[in-house]
Write a protein that binds this ligand. Sequence first.
Ligand SMILES: [Zn+2]
Ligand SMILES: [Zn+2]
Length: 135
Amino acid sequence: MMDLSTKVKKAGLRVTQPRLRLLELLSVSSQPLSFAQICETLEQQEIDNATIYRNLQKFVEKKIVHTIQQPGDVNLYSMSTHDHEHHVHPHFSCTSCKTVQCLPELSVKFKEHNEWDKALQNAVLHFSGVCPSCE
Ligand SMILES: [Zn+2]
Ligand SMILES: [Zn+2]
């Protein structure tokens, strides 16, 4: 895995302590985190919420971090594991343990009308069910 300050530099951003702390937190977390959860942890390291918010938006814009939109619930944030731009992976909400997880990357192919294959740039796919560890 690429080291975090290299990731920040490659995205054309200045390496700062709050940025590294934020990425560190997201990369060690096994699950996507909400803004509130991120603030709760980073507050202890005296990083204020406005700084966290600004840097999160920057990371999302630079595709280092991606947003997980949950219908009717808060957004979650997770590290992007692939560096290429149009990376489509679904998310999974477990109805039993209530966790949200990033699933492996998916390649999307249309059965007919394959002119839409190359048109596809982004997708929001959210699955739900009972996760393997709850089964
Ligand atoms: Zn579960
Ligand atoms: Zn994800």
